[in-house]
Design a protein around this ligand. Sequence first.
Ligand code: SAM
Length: 343
Amino acid sequence: MDLHSNHESRKSGGRWPEGFDRIPDEDWLKKPVEESAMRYNKHGSNAFNKNWDPTIAQVLSVLDDEHIILDYSCGTGLFTERLFEYFSRPTRILNVDVSPKYLRVVADKFKLDDRVALRLQKRISENGQLQSLDDTIGEVLLNRGIDILTSANAVHLYPNLADTFASWNRVLRRGGLALVSTGDMSNPKKRQGDWRLHDTVEVVHTIAQEIVKTEPLFEKYRHLIDDDSLMLAYKEIRSRVYPPIKPIDLYLDELSDAGLEPLHHFEEWIEISTTELIDALVPYHDVVLGWIGGSEKVEGDPPTQEALRDRLFLMKYCATKLYMQRDRLRGPWTYITCRKFRD
Ligand SMILES: C[S@@+](CC[C@H](N)C(=O)[O-])C[C@H]1O[C@@H](n2cnc3c(N)ncnc32)[C@H](O)[C@@H]1O
């Protein structure tokens, strides 16, 4: 694999190119860490953390000290944290995300570690359009080029795959790798009873409707089920955060069209407990069952404490009912390895 061609600065391990600020001085970094981001960060200490291991093995097999890795959609920096458990080399890793609240956690974790830099990919219009990745990483790094780009648990969220993959192509060096993984892709080897977040969210919503229709305790929410426009608004939010599952061939074709040749793909199963699955849903309670008690995103007001309690109870109850009290579940994850073969 040629990750070494055209390199103007091969002897800079551990140092960022001149003119590149590791942590930019921006206002969002001065805000306190949010509780919901810390809740997401708990994935680093439960069974979910196994999902990064195949990608880490791939990275370690090609890594050298001079490389710069870009973790796209890095969240709270869990991939970097896990990677650093396996080596103490000066390889640098740039964490990029669209969420200031998640990146704020990255800044806290790595402020003293020179190997880690971060960049916020800003939203530049009201309809959510993102700053280009080129502008996000800046000219200095763009000219140098990225050696390995990783994207874990996020590719299913990108609304425009062609645009996103084209931006990966522009920041990668020729021969550079893109390592993509997600548990929310169609997987032909998926067995009945395996879970995926998207399916879980939709079925939890359906079971909750049944319970609200029949259970006197939740009668106060019953009229909401017949409010078509309200239900549609919540459906749209659910499908934005947990989009419908797309087939792997679509991703492979889009990657290839963007000049990122898919070299290989494979599936792995990660076993998690029902409790860990519920913990993964809880930070997104206003998406999963926002219509129970309402949410700021749709009605403009947050739920009352009582409604929030009902919502959390229903989420846990429905997830447990869905998985029939099983202790452990299998989650199918898909991994794709690509190489940039043309600009
Ligand atoms: C489930 S988290 C995964 C975070 C991290 N990669 C991990 O494995 O823990 C999904 C991430 O995708 C980011 N994201 C959401 N929508 C995105 C978009 N349209 N483009 C790029 N990133 C997005 C979120 O901010 C979030 O950090």
